[in-house]
Design a protein around this ligand. Sequence first.
Ligand SMILES: [Zn+2]
Length: 495
Amino acid sequence: MSKKGIITIIVCALISSIALFWGYETFKSPQELYRVYLSGKTIGYIKDKELLETYIDDEQIEIKDKYKVDKVYAPNNLDIIKEITYNKKVSTEKEIYESIKDIAPFTIQGYTVTIKGIIEEDGTVTSKDKEIYVLNKETFEDAVKTTVSVFVTDTDYQNFINGTQPELKDVGKLIEDIYIQNQITIKQGNISTEGKIFTNSDELSRYLLFGTLEEQKKYTVKSGDVISDIAYNNKLSVKEFLIANPEFTSENNLLYEGQVVNLGLINPLFSLIEEDHVVEIQTQKFNTKIEYDSSLLVGFEKVKQQGVNGTLKVTKKVQKNNGEVELSVITNTEVIKPAVNKIIVKGSKVVPTIGNPGVWYWPTNKPYDITSYFGYRWGKLHEGLDISGTGYGSPIYAANNGTVEIARWDKTNGYYIYINHNNGYYSVYAHMKELYVKPGQAVSMGTQIGTMGNSGYVVPKPTAAYPTRGTHLHFSIYKGYPYRGGVAVNPLRFY
Ligand SMILES: [Zn+2]
């Protein structure tokens, strides 16, 4: 190699090392920067983390006003990690602030309340996990108290908490336990301003009770409306109605026309369990028993013994879930007054309803007097016998087995009866004082069907001074239906 060549190499090496050194200074020196990630994706590098935080805090005045907080924080999905890095483009803190402010919600300090759902032993999911955001714990605690008071009265709850429940002397209720079945955790941290943050405990208690913040269905009361009807027509129990409308204390409360009531269906976010020991007096309704007596006719019915309700003292364990009884177990029953059965005696003897055409029963007491026989009288056929002498109110008997066809009153016959003997013959009894049978009733021969009287058209007529004048039984027997195709026969032919 020539001398000139060696010099050239040295010069070149020198130049390149200078260039190398210079380049290291300008392009390759390491820097301490902050890499900003949003939801795991890099959105840039900044020099000053605190400056970005200050931007956020200074610019978000609206959030501060809305929630009355002093400080606004970065979004929950924003991560700022310190890095020693080379040759990276550095953004200004303002640029990064601008790029996140419209896509990620800022956060404030608060609490995340998690109400764990309930999974039954068999795996059924009764309720799902719910997350609620509050600025302070008191808002949640107050809302729970208000919601609990819907299901347990304040006095009961305070007495239970303080161990000052009045002693159970005779009857009444002793609360054994009250608890929320769901596991509830409260965690402090940054909460997103995008979702609902509760600052008012009344609003939160409505959410806890109805499970929604949506406007509840309303109803305007019309004239004549009562609470039980409004509840029923809107598929609510009276209890649910009263919970949704705490201004009412009972279904008997009066409504006024134009009053607006809430028809919201409650769907509490937690299960409040109340376990009670209850002792109460119960009325035991009496049972009714029927005894059959074969010596009495079918159709006969008489109360042999009146029923009397009994009284029991019942002890039970009751478990309520949000005010609704879920479980009730009777653990003891003491009879204070036993119930007395009502006993009805019914006749079971079947009445023969077919008459015997050869044997007839005389329809009145004996002795009697026939005052008008079967036959023509003044050019007209008298179609039966007029029997008297046994007295006003004396018994009239069915002349044969049969079924009562007619038993009623009309102007001519007075109180009268037709008996169908179910063998082609009918018998007729007129001018009676009282009727003891009804149409359709089976009668056997000799059964009393009424009493002798003077109702209808009789000669001579009764008067105020002689009210029993004209008393007699007009008695006829027809082959076929009386007066409608039937032929009257002389009753004396059968006796
Ligand atoms: Zn007559």
